[in-house]
Design a protein around this ligand. Structure first.
Ligand code: ADP
Ligand code: MG
Length: 235
């Protein structure tokens, strides 16, 4: 595989039009480049297009115009299968609603993407154990999602997203359903992975706490980027 030295994730002239009522541009002409290892925070009022942008960057949704590139490869040039494989290898996605599989335990949920990626079972077990420890969930390993608090469920979801060591993590309001103490825990976890494993993060949030260690703030309004701010380097 060729070594790519450009931005890990980029989008150009990205627009998303919804033909409802008079029609609506959920995104218009969005330009974004994310460098490897960066921590990017996206803010903006409700309805400004944050989830639409994240879903398109994650290849879950498609733009009506423009292009997304992951490691220099255009989504539009890839088959659905190739895109799915690349997503599984490279991208970790965390949602506001944890989206855990209810019939699997915490440990099984965390291991699932690695099993899908057909990783070696012994490697999976040791990675799951490590992630349970890092997220403070070792004692909860065999609990089912209904037996876990919201904060614990989100930590499982984060461990699951990070398990296959994706080079980039996209998170849509990951603390949106958590109290402030839990939110702090989640922020610390992201920071730790960013600093220790060098994972790139793009996080949609209303939480100012994330700005303490983000490199870049992007502000969206009515589907357009209205502010780009370089923040203090890592603390
Ligand atoms: P945010 O995440 O910032 O709250 P969204 O990306 O969810 O914003 O939505 C941006 C805009 O696009 C909103 O006006 C929303 O109503 C609209 N929108 C989102 N999804 C759809 C859809 N599937 N059909 C029509 N309009 C949509
Ligand atoms: Mg949203």
């Amino acid at each position: 595989m060729n070594e790519w030295h450009g931005p890990i994730l980029a989008c150009h002239e990205l627009s998303k039009f919804y033909a409802v009522g008079d029609g609506l541009f959920a995104l218009s002409n969005v330009e974004l480049e994310v460098e490897r290892g960066q921590f990017v925070v996206i803010m903006g009022p409700s309805g400004s297009g944050k989830s639409t942008l994240l879903n398109i960057l994650g290849g879950i949704d498609r733009p009506t115009h423009g292009e997304v590139l992951l490691n220099g490869r255009k989504y539009s040039r890839m088959s659905e299968d190739d895109l799915a494989v690349m997503r599984r290898r490279e991208l970790g996605i965390v949602f506001q609603f944890f989206n855990l599989l209810p019939e699997l335990t915490a440990a099984e949920n965390i291991g699932m993407p690695m099993r899908l990626a057909r990783m070696d079972e012994r490697d999976i077990m040791s990675r799951v154990m490590h992630l349970l420890e890092v997220t403070g969930l070792t004692a909860r390993a065999n609990h089912y999602p209904v037996e876990l608090s919201g904060g614990e469920q989100q930590r499982v979801a984060i461990a699951r997203a990070l398990a296959p060591r994706p080079s980039i993590v996209l998170a849509d309001e990951p603390t949106g359903n958590l109290d402030s103490k839990m939110s702090q825990e989640i922020m610390k976890l992201f920071k730790r992975f960013n600093q220790e494993e060098g994972q790139t993060f793009v996080v949609v949030t209303h939480e100012d706490g994330f700005l303490d260690y983000a490199d870049t703030l992007i502000r969206l309004s009515d589907g357009e980027i209205v502010e780009r701010k370089v923040l203090n380097a890592k603390k």
